[in-house]
Design a protein around this ligand. Structure first.
Ligand code: NAP
Length: 482
């Protein structure tokens, strides 16, 4: 299937660090459709060959197993082109129209890997140049707004020119194989679904922990913070995948409808519940893997005295029949003890324990990062001596090992192939995105006027002590404390 993929911002960090390496992997795996062309666009003047050389040099920074040999790159680069274009100049869209016009009828994906401040002019000019016909899809990268108003503003602009099915909002967490396995686990197996409800599940924890700090992007991060950067999008998307009702089919609209219902059922926050159920933190100096690291306020480009949160933990509930009363804890942070993204489903204790020893409860751990796998924690008899005491054991499924020999795809690779193929399941619909903003708004509002500011935590820890207290109130503990 022939396609044209245009990368606006084709020389930027996102393009050369994530998108082009992912496209190369698809090429290496033989899944990038034949007859595809990839066009990088930015304001610099370059020839096709200069662009290819620029990208080849950048590929040296890609992890070795994903780096192309010279021959592989040469074959991949035959699909790579470059045109100069200033997205803020209407006349420059003629260059794009002409390039796409070389192959009429070929479906095109326009990836906006540029600042969202350019989205309005880009949408307007694409429309003005007739580049919004049925054969065109646009991919929108985060951040899609910084609050409900700005998200709605962007969506209004996009909707004026494109239909909902033409506008693909990326949340790269949805491209992770383990997230796809989450739906497979729930809806491809009869085992779990009967247990997937308040009667059997005591609590759910979603942790997206990073051990890195803000690096050199302190100025960007300070205007964003952990709530907008991770909770509003990635953590809430994961929550919807855990909590949604079985969709009628695997079609995009069926899945998105169910996810939206979950977002609409989230217990709304008010000033009292924000103060009680949301913990915000900011890292201080500490140690990560034995190395001393600076605190957030000492990072480059972070404004003095910033109250930006680098950590959030919160407790919420889903107000429907399946989940009423079950706490959902979401947690994310920078400079935490380890890089770890996982979802923990804590099952209820047995109603009447008959064995001596640990009264452990079953736990299902869905591991998203760094490994991709599933762990089921069970109680078992050790069979030592004549004791009936039970001990916790783990069934451990490592997907990389289970599917060894299969070329497993990364998140951007999967999402780019889906965008090219017009498969919308793993993209976020505008109403989902707006509902997620609506839900976090009271938290942002409360923090704007809260004199207390974020709680400090040492780099290398698991966040402020109040995050542990948040779950301890329900007689729960975070996974690493259990
Ligand atoms: P970046 O490194 O600053 O790159 C921006 C790209 O846009 C460059 O190619 C730049 O080239 C081009 N550009 C800027 N103004 C332009 C204009 N008027 N006309 C045409 N091209 C223009 O930024 P980035 O890190 O790639 O991020 C791009 C967007 O993706 C941002 O919104 C960012 O928040 C988002 N994002 C980035 C990442 C990531 O890992 N980097 C991850 C998720 C989301 P010229 O200046 O030469 O024109």
């Amino acid at each position: 299937m022939a396609f044209d993929l245009v990368l606006f911002g084709g020389t930027g960090d996102l393009a050369w660090r994530k998108l082009l390496p992912a496209l190369f992997q698809a090429f290496r795996h033989g899944t990038l459709p034949e007859g595809g062309r990839i066009l990088g666009m930015a304001r610099d003047e370059r020839t096709d060959d200069e662009y290819r050389a620029f990208i080849k040099e950048r590929f040296d920074d890609v992890e070795p197993s994903k780096r192309p040999s010279d021959d592989e790159f040469a074959a991949f680069a035959e699909r790579l082109f470059y045109r100069r274009m200033d997205l803020s100049r209407p006349d420059d869209y003629i260059t794009l129209r002409d390039w796409l016009g070389e192959r009429p009828g070929v479906p095109s994906v326009l990836y906006l890997a540029v600042s969202p401040s350019l989205f309005p002019v880009v949408c307007e000019q694409l429309g003005a140049h007739g580049l919004n016909h049925d054969g065109i899809r646009v991919v929108l990268e985060k951040p899609l707004g910084h609050d409900l108003d700005s998200a709605q503003e962007i969506n209004t602009i996009v909707r004026r020119v494109f239909t909902e099915n033409q506008a693909l909002r990326i949340d790269h967490y949805l491209g992770k194989p383990s997230v796809q396995n989450l739906t497979a686990l729930r809806f491809g197996n009869a085992l779990f679904e009967p247990l997937w409800r308040r009667e059997s599940i005591a609590s759910v924890q979603i942790t997206l922990a990073e051990s890195l700090g803000v690096g050199t992007r302190g100025d960007f991060y300070d205007g964003t913070g952990a709530l907008r950067d991770m909770i509003q999008n990635h953590a809430l998307q994961l929550l919807t995948m855990i909590a949604m009702e079985p969709p009628a089919s695997n079609e995009a609209h069926a899945i998105r409808d169910e996810k939206l219902k979950v977002l609409r059922s989230l217990k709304p926050f008010d000033a009292v519940s924000v103060a009680r159920d949301v913990v915000r933190g900011q890292y201080r100096a500490g140690q990560i893997n034995g190395q001393a690291v600076p605190g957030y306020l000492d990072e480059v480009k972070v404004p003095p005295g910033s109250t930006c949160e680098t950590f959030v933990a919160l407790r919420t509930e889903i107000q429907n029949w399946r989940w009423a009363g079950v706490p959902f804890y979401l947690r994310t942070g920078k400079r935490l003890a380890t890089r770890d993204a996982q979802i923990v489903i804590n099952f209820r204790q047995v109603p009447h324990p008959i064995f001596p020893g640990a009264a452990g409860a079953n736990r299902l751990v869905i591991k998203l990062q760094p490994e991709d796998g599933l762990e089921l924690h069970l109680m078992a008899a050790k069979g030592a001596g004549n004791s009936d005491a039970l001990t916790p054991v783990r069934l451990d499924l490592d997907f990389d090992r289970a599917f060894s020999g299969t070329k497993r795809v990364g998140a951007y690779e999967r999402l780019l192939l889906d965008a090219i193929g017009g498969r919308l399941n793993l993209f976020v619909r505008s109403d989902e995105q707006e509902q997620a903003w609506r839900w976090v708004e009271p938290i942002l509002e409360h923090w704007r006027t809260d004199p207390q500011g974020p709680r400090p935590y040492a780099a290398g820890s698991w966040g402020p002590a109040s995050a542990s207290a948040l779950v301890a109130r329900d007689n729960e503990a975070w996974a690493e404390e259990q």
